[in-house]
Design a protein around this ligand. Structure first.
Ligand SMILES: Cc1ncc(COP(=O)(O)O)c(C=O)c1O
Length: 374
């Protein structure tokens, strides 16, 4: 039997619908649509969950990154970013007036490679953005912290994929100087769109809160810096509160699905999951696998969709240095980041979402087996 399987799917519990709609109604009736108690509660609970002193809500992760980078005064400076990330990571550096410098990746974690990164440090380097790809906290995060300490660089975690993911029981978003999260619809938790900055830096919150609302000062009639209209609405915050409550059970289910995939793939020589170190709780925003032998990535993606109605994704192909915009802007070319090109051109991400049923996982496995042997 054919099943329609999306690559990702947001999830709001049926039994919570009444509560969600009631809370949205209360917001609408209150007349306070932004900068109100719901966003404040979401910020407080998110900070507590991540294990940091502050969380500042904004309208997207791109904004979270841009505000943080502006606060860090990257204008005219270099920021090292993995070539394997969503374009928003680079874009935010550019929007903040900085220059993104790409680095290659570790072929097992798909995250930035500390050794390659070392080669990219110059006098103009101000900091590093690590991206916890697919929900795996970068296993070399401590090495990155050491490098930052030695060279006096900031460390931002782009944790857009990694809500609730841990390494040694410490949460993504609490390792670096700043963490930036996304609540875009495909993410592990969503507020439709939205973002959050997490930090123990006591000076960032007042600057970020000013920047997210047109540069207002303590006296709201005084505009003290350039800002924008970047707040999270109270309605989005209501959704965030419900999603946060369910985050751990969501991740537990994603780990069960991942286990089922891993078991099933033992019978498939040509498709291999990526390793996960024992001290890591993966968030499984995505479930990446490596295609071995002569499987053609594009063909497999097309056939899974056309023949079986299964959508698969990627994190990411092409990587940023092969995106036309960055080739044009910065002169990046093929073969500049060989590890990323090699491994990413042979990976796909299998569908995963918290309400995915075991029979759907088995269907994906069955179709994959059918295709890679034919
Ligand atoms: C790694 C990464 N960084 C940043 C972003 C940007 O997030 P947002 O859409 O919330 O701005 C995304 C979104 O897909 C992402 O995957």
């Amino acid at each position: 039997m054919k099943m329609k399987i999306p690559s990702a799917k947001p999830f709001f519990k049926e039994e919570e619908m009444e509560g969600i709609l009631g809370d949205v109604k209360s917001v609408l009736m209150s007349g306070r649509l932004i900068l109100g108690p719901k966003a404040q509660e979401f910020e407080e609970l998110f900070a507590r969950y991540i294990g940091v002193r502050h969380a500042i809500s904004v309208n997207s992760c791109t904004t979270a990154l841009e505000i943080t980078l502006k606060y860090l005064e990257v204008k005219g400076k270099e920021v090292i970013v993995p070539t394997n990330t969503f374009v928003a990571t680079l874009n935010s550096v550019i929007y903040a007036g900085g220059h993104p410098v790409l680095a290659d990746i570790n072929p097992e974690s798909l995250c930035i490679d500390p050794q390659d990164l070392l080669k990219r440090i110059t006098k103009k380097t101000k900091g590093i953005i690590v991206v916890h790809i697919a929900g795996l906290v970068c296993p070399q995060i401590e090495e990155l912290k050491e490098i930052c300490k030695e060279y006096n660089l900031f460390l931002i975690e782009d944790a857009a994929h990694a809500h609730g993911a841990t390494l040694d029981e410490k949460k993504a978003g609490s390792f670096g100087d700043f963490g930036c999260f996304s609540f875009y619809p495909t993410k592990i938790m969503t507020t439709t769109i939205g973002g959050m900055i997490t930090t123990n830096d006591d000076k960032l919150p007042s600057v970020a809160k000013s920047m997210r609302h047109h540069g207002q000062g303590e006296d709201l009639n005084q505009i003290v810096r350039l800002g924008n209209d970047w707040v999270m609405s109270e309605i989005n915050a209501v959704l965030g509160l419900y999603q946060l409550k369910n985050l751990d059970s969501n991740i537990r289910r994603r780990n069960e699905i991942a286990k089922r995939y891993r078991e099933g793939l033992k019978e498939v020589d040509s498709i291999k999951p990526f390793p996960v170190p024992k001290n890591i709780r993966h968030g499984y925003y995505k479930y990446p696998v490596l295609l071995k032998g002569d499987i053609d990535r594009a063909d497999l993606i097309r056939v899974l969709k056309e023949r079986y109605d299964i959508e698969v994704g990627g994190v990411y192909y092409p990587p940023c240095h092969l995106q036309p915009v960055f080739k044009r802007l910065f002169g990046y070319k093929e073969e500049m980041f060989p590890v990323a090109e090699e491994v990413l051109s042979k990976h796909i991400c299998l569908p995963i979402y918290s309400q995915m049923k075991d029979i759907e996982v088995d269907y994906v496995l069955r179709c994959l087996k059918e295709e890679v042997k034919s």
